[in-house]
Design a protein. Structure first.
Length: 134
C-alpha cells in the first residue's frame, strides 16, 4: 500500500512540475513576442486572392521597409487590392505599427475586424489579435 501511495505522489508531483514548466514556457513566449512584434507578422499564403500580380514585388519591397513602407504601400495601392489579401496586409501593418502608433493600430484593426466574416481565411488571425488591439 505504501508503494502505491508513493507512486501516486510521484506522479502527482511530476504532473505539477510539468504544468509549471508549460506555464513558464508560455510566459516566455509571450514576453518574446511582446519584445519583437515584427516577428508576429505572418506572410500571407500566395494563393490568397485580391492582390494584382503586378503589385507583388512592390508589396515585398514595402514589407522589407517596415511599418512606414507598408503604410505607404497601403495608402498608394489600397484601391487596387481586394479582400482577403487587403485585410491580411492591413493586419501585418497593424502588428508592425503597434509599437510606434497604438491608436493607428487599433483603428486599422477595427476596420479589418468589421470586414472579416467567420468564413474568411483570416478569421482565426483576427480573433488571435483581438485582445491586443481592441
Amino acid at each position: 500500500m505504501k508503494q502505491v501511495i508513493a507512486i501516486a505522489l510521484l506522479l502527482a508531483a511530476f504532473g505539477i512540475v510539468k504544468q509549471i514548466f508549460i506555464a513558464y514556457e508560455s510566459a516566455q513566449r509571450e514576453e518574446r513576442a511582446a519584445e519583437h512584434p515584427q516577428d508576429q507578422v505572418v506572410r500571407p499564403p500566395e494563393n490568397l486572392p485580391g492582390l494584382p500580380v503586378s503589385l507583388e514585388s512592390s508589396l515585398e519591397t514595402a514589407r522589407n521597409a517596415g511599418a512606414d513602407g507598408l503604410g505607404a504601400f497601403l495608402n498608394q495601392y489600397r484601391h487596387a487590392i481586394r479582400d482577403p489579401r487587403l485585410s491580411e496586409i492591413e493586419l501585418d501593418y497593424v502588428v508592425l505599427v503597434s509599437h510606434k502608433n497604438p491608436a493607428e493600430a487599433r483603428h486599422v484593426f477595427n476596420t479589418v475586424q468589421q470586414r472579416t466574416r467567420e468564413s474568411s481565411p483570416l478569421f482565426a488571425r483576427v480573433n488571435k489579435l483581438k485582445a491586443a488591439y481592441q
